[in-house]
Write a protein that binds this ligand. Sequence first.
Ligand SMILES: Cc1cc2nc3c(=O)[nH]c(=O)nc-3n(C[C@H](O)[C@H](O)[C@H](O)COP(=O)(O)OP(=O)(O)OC[C@H]3O[C@@H](n4cnc5c(N)ncnc54)[C@H](O)[C@@H]3O)c2cc1C
Length: 320
Amino acid sequence: MINKNKNLKILRNVSLKDYTTYKIGGLAKYFFIAENNEDLIEAIKWAKDKKIPFFILGNGSNVLFSDKGFNGLIIKIKTSKIEILKNKNNKCDVLSEAGVNLSDLINFLTENNLEGLEWAAGIPGNVGGAVYGNASAFGKKMSDFVKEVEVLDTNNLKQKKLSLKQCQFSAKNSIFKKKKNLVILSVIFSFKKGNKEEIKKRVKECLIYRAKNHPNYPSAGCVFKNYILKKNDEKIFKKFPELNIFKKNRTIPAAYLIEKCNLKGKQIGKAKISEKHSNFFVNLGGAKAKDILKLIDLTKKEVKNKFNIALEGEIIVINT
Ligand SMILES: Cc1cc2nc3c(=O)[nH]c(=O)nc-3n(C[C@H](O)[C@H](O)[C@H](O)COP(=O)(O)OP(=O)(O)OC[C@H]3O[C@@H](n4cnc5c(N)ncnc54)[C@H](O)[C@@H]3O)c2cc1C
């Protein structure tokens, strides 16, 4: 379907299975791929004119769409520019548009002898999605490298720049999760200069670790955030002395709690709590969103009953 006024190629009834790493989800009533900011703005205007909801999609690696699909417009951001802005002494500022895949950014950095993002090798997301959720692994996170984020405010369709502080990053969180009207257009990162062979080696090590430790069935990564201990959690250690090993880091891996509730391998329909990594709930082939959601509910209940810990979801569930 072509929007005649703006020449936007808005597609109809597109399967969301094809645009998510979960391979789950019904049809998006309308679907648009934005290759530049102008098209993105036009698509948002189009949805506003029609008074229908819209949803910004990156690489779809952290989302679970309903089996009923999405009754509105999905806007997949597919911008692709990466450029070096400032190259000074030991540091370098790099601008990346939101639609750039993390692996492409890591390849660009490696080619330019810039280090810092090797830990993110193998995360199948885009820069926009990774900054939105402050993606992290091996003790590092996106916010360690962010200098500035350019956003579009969908309330007034104006663009503005947010400093690192204004992004309010914390563990797997940012202002973008709270303020749904902000769409990330591009990010300026700061990286240090390094040695290409060493960078390549670290990237390879991360990829090998992931291949060994993560399931190879479709998923959206970790379902729950790891549990960050609060001051009044001390009684947990009295009741469960085995948790003492996590006291120093103040974080209990969700995978550990799930495993201790004997949920590893639990299956509902074609959805399964991975035996390889129990915070990955995988699609064995043909899983429904409702099966994954049932596993999520069950896990929350069991962990709450056993440890009195309320697990917080990491994947974004869209039920519109
Ligand atoms: C096998 C596997 C391994 C993974 N490993 C990790 C890991 O180690 N660490 C980790 O943190 N995550 C991991 N993930 C989860 C996921 O890959 C990351 O969270 C990734 O950064 C999400 O990016 P995305 O582009 O796929 O976002 P999407 O899934 O497309 O979107 C996620 C959210 O971000 C929003 N969003 C996307 N782009 C924008 C934008 N431009 N502006 C505003 N909002 C936007 C969406 O609306 C949505 O709410 C893993 C996933 C898989 C499948």
